[in-house]
Design a protein around this ligand. Structure first.
Ligand SMILES: *Cc1c(COP(=O)(O)O)cnc(C)c1O
Length: 426
């Protein structure tokens, strides 16, 4: 087993680790962009846009064919009738986030879902109207939160409370998050954190945060954009009220692919939660009676608005099948090992050249390591790209590198760090 080999700074080690990787063949199920030399790139940007599964085109093509052959009849007569098409991914989505199938639905896109969830779970009152977020949250989440506060008549400068690292530190301490909740929880209506911060790569302790927040009477939501398909999640047991995610990052659903929603079972039948309603959330047995009164499907599906985009769902099926075959448990085990190797090699570079800002504790991170460069990070990105290595750059000096365990390997990680090393020494 790979997991027993101590790390070595050598290509030979990387090769051996790949040969012993039980998930090594999954790489062949993906299409890699080509490097300038015509070889597949080293792709470390799966936290931004996952690669295309080979089967995606075939699955999309099937639906195009059914549409061509059947027209409207495809809703019932297709190989995979469109009427129920989104249900094809429900159980897999539930496994990915550690939920019951009734607690999840794949629909819309992330920011849309975040708004829909906040309509239901951000219900401010005079004495309790604040939203607790991580400082430096992804901009879309910041805009969503601020605009929801304004929508309810509050000034975001008062309503939005940001968690900040201690002076001189770059990531949050769990104890500080919990202490903030202890102190301010009574005025917080909603706690909304990423499960992994997009910039620092820090993963939060969802269970501890949820427990403390609930004990203070707050509702809790998580944005799993960088967590889904990356961490082993157990949303049902951790108990947040809702979660949202997108599926084009680690989940390889394709550009702009559908998002997902988790609504905890405890809310599945509540009729007193306000929500924005649409016909796809209506009870399936009576939906087509087209009656005037909304009767929600119990569970997350009740939040659906529209009939979903089938072509995008088709592509997503190809990726979810691979996740199901590999299993999140095995993927996470490989991921910890692979990112650990990245860390091991990076630690051998001069600290004056590059520094890891992501937490060192594997429990507090996923696949991604965020690297802070002393010199010019953007120029480095270009040099990496010329060498056939894809990662991403965030102003002013951060490069994010995420070896996604489904299709990245130890040799990729080795090549990446050796390319950096070439530039560090001259
Ligand atoms: C990627 C990402 C988004 C993107 O939102 P879309 O609505 O899918 O465009 C939002 N929030 C976070 C935290 C992200 O990482």
């Amino acid at each position: 087993m790979t997991t027993t080999l101590p790390y070595e700074d050598s290509e030979d080690f990387a090769r051996r680790a790949d040969a012993e990787d039980p998930l090594r063949t999954f790489r062949d199920a993906f299409l890699f962009p080509q490097a300038p030399d015509g070889k597949p790139v080293v792709y470390l940007a799966g936290n931004s846009l996952g690669l295309q599964p080979r089967n995606a085109a075939r699955y999309v093509q099937e639906e195009l064919e059914d549409w061509a052959k059947l027209g409207v009849e495809g809703h019932h007569q297709g190989r995979h009738p469109w009427l129920h098409y989104h249900e094809l991914v429900t159980e897999q989505a539930a496994r990915l986030v550690g939920a019951k199938p009734q607690e999840v639905v794949v629909m819309n896109t992330l920011t849309v879902n975040l708004h829909l969830m906040m309509v239901s779970f951000y219900r401010p009152t005079r004495g309790r109207f604040k939203i607790l977020v991580e400082g430096g949250a992804f901009p879309s989440d910041q805009y969503a939160v601020a605009s929801q506060a304004r929508f309810h008549g509050y000034d975001p400068r008062e309503a939005v409370l940001e968690l900040k690292p201690r002076p001189g530190e770059e990531t949050l301490r769990t104890e500080d998050i919990l202490a903030t909740l202890d102190q301010h929880g009574h005025e917080v209506a909603l706690v909304l954190l990423g499960s992994v911060n997009y910039l620092t790569g820090q993963a939060f302790d969802l269970a501890a945060i949820t427990r403390t927040a609930h004990s203070k009477g707050c509702l809790v939501g998580f944005d799993l954009a960088h967590g889904a398909g990356n961490l082993k999640l157990s949303l049902h047991d951790d108990g947040p009220d809702f979660a949202v995610w997108c599926s084009y990052k680690y989940l390889n659903g394709g550009p702009g692919s559908l998002g997902g929603v988790f609504v905890h079972e405890r809310h599945s039948r509540s009729r007193d939660i306000p929500r924005f309603e649409g016909w796809w959330g209506h009870d399936k047995t009576t939906r087509f009676q087209m009656g005037p009164d909304f009767d929600p499907i119990p569970g997350a599906e009740g939040w659906q608005l529209s009939n979903p985009p089938i072509l995008q769902l088709a592509a997503l099926r190809a990726s979810f099948e691979l996740f199901d075959k590999a299993g999140m448990e095995a993927l996470r085990a490989k991921s910890e090992r692979l990112t650990g190797y990245l860390e091991f090699l990076l630690d051998k570079l001069p600290p004056a050249f590059v520094r890891i800002t992501t937490p060192r504790d594997p429990k507090q991170r996923g696949a991604q390591l965020s690297l802070r460069f002393k010199g010019e990070a953007q120029g480095m990105l270009k040099r990496l790209s010329d060498a056939g290595i894809v990662c991403d750059f965030r102003k002013p000096d951060i490069i994010r590198a995420a070896p996604a365990p489904l299709y990245c390997n130890f040799t990729d990680v080795y090549r990446f760090v050796k390319t950096l090393e070439g530039h560090a020494r001259g």
